[in-house]
Design a protein around this ligand. Structure first.
Ligand code: URA
Length: 240
């Protein structure tokens, strides 16, 4: 009882550190954790993205897409950061407070940690490309719901199709589960390469712990370093 109370206090402190400014209505996305992405009743409000041929067109489509309720509460549409010519694409979960203010992914506290981790293998925003599964900040930094993920996933797939990276890095559980379409947690998925398949694309994908998780559990940093070395090996193998 006391333990669970302490955990709640700890969670709240952490959320404040991450920039939460509203009362959080739901704890975690139980909906997502329970059912994976199997709920076939949820459909998208758009069917065909085949008309979209460029990143500019995709950006404009997302900026004008108003069926996802998260857009009503977010300040910015966070589309991407980094270099779209790069062969490494990182996919996170959703913007937090600082990302919502600046309109760029991973610029808050966890983004700074992600930068530090990537810097070990000389990856910077000049030689990687970063997006999120969800382009709008969920209120109170809550996890996105299955419906929101399902609404945004085809846009992410289109984003991957347009950038055509050689390597995907899936940052955190929600990105890993949604992109790989697997109902397993990040602890099970990390530590090895998977393959993202969509239409004719087959791209090696590496799930890693989310930096926000590492901020809470610094002891897991050694595992992320192992994964980063796997990533470095793959980059070296891919070099001409
Ligand atoms: N966490 C994410 O997953 N993405 C961001 O852009 C910021 C924090």
């Amino acid at each position: 009882m006391i333990k669970s109370f302490e955990k709640k206090i700890d969670d709240l402190k952490f959320q404040i550190e991450l920039g939460v400014t509203e009362t959080i209505k739901s704890n975690i996305n139980e909906d997502f954790n329970k059912s994976g992405l199997e709920d076939n009743k949820i459909t998208n409000d758009y069917n065909d993205l085949s008309e979209i041929k460029t990143l500019e067109e995709l950006k404009s489509f997302i900026e004008n897409y108003d069926k996802c309720e998260l857009k009503n509460t977010a300040r910015s549409t966070v589309f991407c950061d980094g270099n779209s010519e790069s062969k490494i694409m990182l996919i996170g979960e959703a913007p937090g407070n600082q990302e919502d203010i600046e309109g760029k992914p991973f610029v808050g506290r966890s983004g700074k940690l992600l930068d530090k981790i990537l810097d070990f293998i000389n990856i910077t925003r000049k030689n990687c490309y970063i997006i999120n599964i969800i382009p709008w900040r969920p209120p109170g930094n809550r996890n996105p719901t299955t419906k929101e993920i399902k609404q945004c996933l085809p846009l992410v797939k289109k984003h991957i199709e347009l950038v055509k990276p050689d390597i995907l890095v899936l940052v955190g559980s929600i990105a890993a589960k949604s992109i790989l379409d697997k109902d397993l947690g990040i602890t099970k998925l990390r530590g090895e390469w998977h393959t993202y398949k969509d239409k004719k694309l087959e791209i090696p994908a590496l799930p890693i712990f989310h930096p926000a998780y590492l901020l809470r559990r610094p002891t897991s940093k050694s595992l992320v370093m192992k994964d980063i070395l796997l990533l470095n090996n793959k980059i070296q193998d891919n070099k001409p």
